[in-house]
Design a protein around this ligand. Sequence first.
Ligand code: FES
Length: 96
Amino acid sequence: MADVVFGDLRVPATPGRDVLALLLDEGAEISYLCMAGSCGTCRVRVCSGAEHLKPMNAAERFMLPGSDGSMRLACQAVVTGGGDVVVDQDHLPPPA
Ligand code: FES
């Protein structure tokens, strides 16, 4: 079973759901505000498993210009369920 991993938390990577929703369902303490791809607060670093997320959408490309997929918006990053996805928000500079 594929999981989304955030710190000590592991949650099943239900295909078609976004990372933020999966983590919030399990009580993760992750920063977020709009849940709509427009504030950048939910920005996460993808430590591994980026290939198990659907490609960045237009909102992510706008909010994270130049990202190669290693930075994503948790509220927009949809899991495919193909494998573990490890994300964190530690040590990130404030959103631009
Ligand atoms: S919570 Fe605002 S962009 Fe994700």
